[in-house]
Design a protein around this ligand. Structure first.
Ligand SMILES: Cc1cc2nc3c(=O)[nH]c(=O)nc-3n(C[C@H](O)[C@H](O)[C@H](O)COP(=O)(O)O)c2cc1C
Length: 206
């Protein structure tokens, strides 16, 4: 089957993206508004970019209801700072509770019974329950598309501080077993990382 995205709705194209790019890591992003209201929401269009400087990217798309930017994007545009919290499996229900379209004056930490703690180098709070959090400053926001629903933004951020639970940290590496990361699949489905295999890679050809 060959599909030209121009012949489909953005919702149909979205389904192909989220069914094909799997499993996706999840960033649980905390920000603060210019009126000092904290915000937290999950984003699975998320990945690392490079490590010098350590850089991440995630994509808050425009709201499907009114094509307006999401509160997370507005807050980052206003304050130039955010925290990427990595959610572990025991957090999944509370994470999903933060995802409806709450008004900008609603603090989703409170809605979902999550705990905010002060960051050290930036103003937005981090999530106490997360075993890993990255304090980030904004590198740049790239706008994608024509401003209608389904179009969005790519946010690039520089990690200025890593918070890693001592329990997971083993000689500079992260224990996967203790992190219990989740992958997002299509719809309401998630995956665990519990079927791992190794393939040794050579740096140079023989
Ligand atoms: C697991 C999960 C992953 C999500 N990933 C994204 C994403 O990558 N991009 C996006 O725009 N919305 C994503 N959403 C939806 C947002 O979390 C949702 O629109 C939220 O209300 C945004 O909050 P805000 O307006 O406070 O920024 C995701 C939701 C869930 C539950």
């Amino acid at each position: 089957m060959i599909i030209n995205p121009k012949n489909q709705t953005y919702q149909e194209n979205y389904k192909l993206l989220i069914g094909s790019i799997v499993p996706r890591p999840i960033a649980f992003v905390s920000t603060i508004s210019k009126n000092d209201v904290p915000n937290i929401a999950p984003f699975s269009f998320f990945n690392g970019v490079c490590s010098n400087p350590p850089t991440i990217a995630f994509a808050p798309v425009r709201r499907s209801t009114d094509a307006q930017p999401k509160d997370t994007l507005i807050n980052i545009r206003d304050t130039k700072e955010f925290v990427i919290n990595i959610p572990s499996e025991p957090l999944v229900e509370r994470m999903v509770e933060t995802a409806p379209e709450f008004a900008p004056d609603i603090n989703e930490f409170d809605v979902a019974g999550l705990t905010q703690v002060s960051s050290q180098l930036i103003t937005p709070p981090r999530l106490k329950e997360a075993k890993i959090s990255f304090e980030c400053t904004l590198n740049q926001i790239i706008e994608i598309g024509d401003g209608t629903a389904g179009s969005g933004f790519l946010v690039l951020g520089t990690i200025v501080l890593f918070h890693i639970d001592d329990d997971l940290y083993e000689n500079g590496r992260i224990s996967l077993e203790k992190l219990q990361p989740m992958g997002r699949l299509a719809g309401n489905y998630y995956s665990r990382v519990n079927d791992i295999f190794e393939v040794v890679r050579k740096i140079k050809p023989e």
